[in-house]
Design a binder for this molecule. Structure first.
Ligand code: NAD
Ligand code: MG
Length: 384
């Protein structure tokens, strides 16, 4: 089999580094062509030396000199200008673009990669939240696969192998419930960022860890699932499953349910997306039912975790509302991490943006760009 050439956007992050671990174990199958990062020059240099990509991009200009000096005796091309991230993904020899960067920044590179007919391994769920319809239409038009990396969506995707999407009755996304499962609004009043950054089952980047604590992550995943699997809004349910063993389920029209199970380890969904349609061998620890005599399930608490309700509201409203939700949430998380707003204040900020930003029923790309800019501005000015 010919090696697959991979571009990793966000190679120094949680998903990016785990993807490189997977690739290192399967050097006969994958070749790293492009690595990109925002500002972690030291790790990017280390990765570049180890994997010898053709191109690297560091978007933080201040770090570019350091990278150029450190790699001056190699043939690696190093870019740091504004458009480079979106341009390099179109390179002729790229087969798969793994989008492992955070937030809205993933949208343009993904659209450009699709224009160049690349397969996308999609970790960056925000891309589909912001502009799911646009992205999926382009993927369809250019006959490109979008392979989910998010563990829940990988689970659904695996359940759907050999199935007809028309026969889905509903998709049930599981949620761990995060570190504050069972807490009341009163309990959450004085949550610190240190508490919110401690996820019970997964180690991830800061933004998604806060999103998991507020359940916004699940809300974003509901919208992500709608677009990936062509679902109506009422075909997506969320169930809290604190052990994070059942990664999600699909119920079909005859009532039969398929689930995908395993220990919580992102390397598995990453490997499945990169290796698809093959299953590659590995020596990850295996799940043993006897160690988990109880797998439990409960309803999410929509009243305490208002971000989940807001995401369902955005899903229902459609148009540019999920884009507003996403931009407001990115600023909310940033402000919470800078101790500028409270944990619960994040929901107030997002609700305010959803009320005030102009709603557009049928947005085109430029509308998303403007919506994102306007929402960020409003959210930055928000005080609670
Ligand atoms: P992270 O913060 O650990 O890493 C992000 C990477 O992207 C870094 O390499 C960083 O340099 C780069 N980056 C960040 N912002 C950027 C920007 N504006 N422009 C260019 N590069 C930028 O994040 P992560 O936890 O690996 O998450 C990455 C994506 O995958 C997110 O969309 C997240 O929701 C999704 N995801 C992550 C996990 C997980 O387990 N970490 C699971 C499911 C989905
Ligand atoms: Mg997930």
């Amino acid at each position: 089999m010919q090696k697959k050439n991979i571009a990793i956007l966000g190679s120094t992050g949680s998903i990016g580094t785990q993807a490189l671990e997977v690739i290192q174990e399967h050097q006969d199958k994958f070749n790293v062509e492009i690595l990109t990062a925002r500002s972690n020059a030291d790790l990017l240099i280390e990765q570049a030396i180890l994997f010898s990509p053709k191109i690297i991009v560091i978007t933080d200009k201040k770090q570019a000199e350091k990278v150029k000096t450190a790699l001056s005796n190699t043939n690696i091309k190093i870019y740091s200008d504004e458009n480079s991230l979106a341009e390099v993904v179109q390179g002729d020899n790229i087969d798969i673009v793994l989008t492992a960067l955070v937030g809205y920044a993933g949208l343009l590179p993904t659209l450009n990669a699709l224009k160049a007919k690349k397969t996308i391994a999609l970790a960056n769920k925000e891309t589909l939240v912001v502009a799911g319809e646009l992205v999926m239409n382009l993927a369809k038009k250019n006959n490109c696969a979008i392979l989910p990396v998010d563990s829940e969506h990988s689970a659904v995707f695996q359940c759907l192998v050999g199935e007809n999407y028309q026969q889905i009755e509903k998709v049930i996304l599981t949620a761990s419930g995060g570190p504050f499962r069972g807490k009341t609004t009163q309990d959450l009043l004085y949550i610190t960022k240190a508490q919110a950054l401690k996820h019970p089952n997964w180690t991830m980047g800061a933004k998604i860890t806060i999103d998991s604590a507020s359940l916004m992550n699940k809300g974003l995943e509901v919208i992500e699932a709608k677009w990936l699997f062509e679902l109506e809004n009422n075909q997506i349910d969320v169930v809290v499953h604190p052990q994070s063993i059942v990664h999600s389920l699909v119920q079909f029209k005859d009532g039969s349910i398929k689930a995908q199970l395993g220990l919580p380890d992102m390397k598995l969904p990453i490997q499945y997306a990169l290796g698809f349609p093959d299953r590659l061998t590995n020596n990850f620890p295996r799940f043993n039912f006897l160690n988990y005599p109880q797998l439990t399930f409960e309803s999410p608490d929509f009243n305490t975790f208002k971000n989940l309700s807001l995401a369902f509201e955005a899903l229902k409203k459609g148009g540019n509302m999920p884009c507003i939700l996403n931009a407001a949430n990115e600023i909310a998380v940033e402000k919470f991490l800078q101790d500028k707003i409270s944990f619960l204040g994040m929901s107030d900020l997002i609700a305010n943006a959803m009320q005030k930003i102009t709603f557009i029923q049928k947005p085109v790309y430029e509308d998303y760009v403007l919506t994102d800019i306007e929402t960020r501005k409003l959210a930055q000015e928000y005080k609670n």
